[in-house]
Structures are given as structure tokens and as C-alpha cells.
Design a protein around this ligand. Sequence first.
Ligand code: SF4
Length: 137
Amino acid sequence: MKIEQKQNIFNLGIFVTWKCTGSCDNCLSLCGTYQAPSKEDMSLDQIQKLIDQSVELNYQWKMWALGGGEPSCHPQIKTIIEMLAKYKNSHNPLLNLVLSSNGYGDKAKEIISYAQKNGFNIANSQKDYNNLKICKI
Ligand code: SF4
């Protein structure tokens, strides 16, 4: 039996940082202690380049999802949230902006709230002290 797979080239995951408050052994982003943890962040220039090229091409993105790692670990995450919200409001009002967070700790909760105020939908995997090490899937 042939299984058809359609590519979706209108949804984009933006992995803004590889830092995380968790270290789950089965992390799909390879952030776990025994995987390939990294402290690398995306720069604001990289985010701006994505926005500029999207505007230039008038590209009709349907969804941008901020992820990582844990996005709230990025030192400039509020600025990134503002940049994406501004792009949506100015150029692509139907764009679904999503923040994917593990929801763990005060900082993550603060950023979730900030993203919601800026029009983001939230995907919160609701990690806590008991399941940060190994994610429940
Ligand atoms: S909380 Fe998420 S991103 Fe962080 S290590 Fe666990 S699975 Fe990976």
C-alpha cells in the first residue's frame, strides 16, 4: 500500500535556543544530558532576516512555532516575540504564532503570559520536577 505524504512548506519551527531547563533523556531536540546539549541561541539578526525575506517574497506562512530547547531560556525572547507579533500584524494577519514551552518554572510562566499578550497560542508540555528528566510522551 502506498502512503502519500504531503509536504507542508507553510509551517515553520523556529528553534531559538538549544538551552533548556530540562534534560530529558528522550528529548527530540537532543537537549538531554547524554545527547547533544548546546548553549547556542539564534541571533536577532537571524530572526530579522527571516522576517525580511518573508516580506520580500510575500510568503504566506500559516504557522510559526517558537521552540527549542526551552524558548524562555533565550536572553532576548521578549524581543523575538515582539518582532514576530509585529510581522504578523503588519504583513501576515492570518499567521498562527505558537510558543512551545515546557512550562517549568517562573521564567517559563512569565514568557508564556507575555507571548499570550502578544497574540501567541501556547503549546505547553507542562513539565514539572518529576517528569523533566524523562519526558512523558
Ligand atoms: S523539556 Fe523539552 S526541550 Fe527540554 S530537554 Fe525536555 S523534551 Fe527537550
